[in-house]
Write a protein that binds this ligand. Structure first.
Ligand code: FAD
Length: 317
């Protein structure tokens, strides 16, 4: 079933979460343990992030360095297939423009098709750590919408060189990203919503938000999107606040604000264990308000927060 069908298949608010592929060389068992922790809450689907390569410099001695390309978290497609086979839960691998030529993407789509994975989250992807602005690789794309167009062609049986497939399969269905507090590069919210609308018109079936801690921002964003004629589900992306360092790391990394009340409570904490408890309570209240508002689904970002999410889920599901 497609993500939109899965979230519509339940009367109550659906539950889903995002995981990261394991760091290279660390095996998949820890990931399975995280999934087992959250499985009792009946996840409708599981997203798997994709991580571009980065450059590292190896010291060769005598003042010489070699620049090598490193994938710290490879294996998105394989992890998606492994989870789908082991648990029978729909997986949604993220497919990104970063670091990919059109041909790279085409082979990824073929692998996914052969594996029977037909739901995707289509993204531009992060810029490289060595880049000040996002730069496409070779003939790769600058924006998610261009990647959507390649997927749409693939769904129609057309490869990037214009040749036709002999046999087509179940078409891919996909969602895209959106930002209740605006994407960092967008000049203003009007522009960001304009491009979201273009992504919807290009075929996005739903959008998932960047994480946020202030429901007012989500409500205002949804209202504005609806006024602009965007009718697809806008699924809130949620992550419990977990440790004191996140007071600075979250705004810097995700370009979102932490509400003053949450910050005041966090600053009263003596250690991360107390901060995690504040985060759980905040998240429970946040989720309850979103459920009362009628969101179709809650999508949790699990990295470093699986235990907190279990505590939240115990209270709200
Ligand atoms: P786009 O849709 O291309 O938008 C980027 C910016 O360009 C926005 O400001 C938009 O307003 C503007 N824009 C869009 N289209 C056009 C156009 N045609 N012309 C001009 N301007 C345009 N990153 C990863 O590397 N891997 C992941 O797995 C990953 N998962 C994510 C999951 C979610 C739910 C979210 C919210 C983000 C995720 N990211 C991931 C981060 C994401 O890749 C970055 O936020 C990236 O900078 C933007 O991606 P996008 O798909 O929103 O890009």
């Amino acid at each position: 079933m497609k993500v939109t069908e899965l979230i519509n298949s339940t009367q109550s608010t659906a539950f889903s979460f995002e995981i990261l592929p394991p760091l290279k060389g660390t095996g998949i068992e820890k990931l399975y343990r995280d999934i087992d922790t959250l499985r009792p809450f009946d996840p409708k689907y599981i997203n798997i992030t994709t991580h571009r390569s980065e450059y590292i410099y190896r010291d060769l001695g005598d003042g010489l360095f070699r620049r090598d390309k490193l994938y710290r978290r490879p294996g998105t497609v394989a992890v998606a297939a492994a989870i789908q086979n082991k648990y029978g839960i729909t997986t949604v691998p993220h497919i990104i423009c970063s670091d990919n030529t059109r041909e790279d993407i085409e082979y990824e789509l073929l692998d996914l098709q052969f594996l029977g994975i037909t739901d995707l989250l289509v993204l531009r992807g992060d810029k490289g750590k060595h880049e000040s602005v996002f730069t496409p690789t070779g003939d790769g794309y600058r924006h998610a919408i261009e990647l959507q167009q390649q997927i749409n062609d693939f769904n129609r049986g057309i490869f990037v060189d214009g040749s036709e497939m002999k046999v087509t399969a179940t078409p891919f269905s996909y969602g895209v990203a959106c930002y209740p507090e605006k994407h960092e590069e967008a000049p203003n919210m009007e522009s960001d919503i304009y491009w979201l609308k273009q992504k919807v018109e290009a075929g996005a079936a739903y959008a998932v938000t960047q994480l946020f801690y202030d429901n007012r921002k989500y409500f205002a964003f949804v209202e504005r999107a609806r006024k602009e004629g965007i009718t697809i589900p806008i699924i809130p992306g949620i992550k419990p606040f977990k440790k004191l360092s996140q007071l600075n790391v979250v705004p810097k990394t995700f370009k979102v604000d932490l509400p003053e009340n949450l910050t005041h409570e966090a600053l009263k904490c003596k250690d991360d264990a107390q901060a995690a408890q504040v985060g759980i309570e905040w998240c429970i209240a946040q989720c309850r308000e979103l459920m009362a508002y009628g969101v179709p689904s809650l999508h949790f970002y699990t990295v470093g927060a699986t235990d907190s999410i279990r505590e939240v889920a115990k209270q709200i599901y």
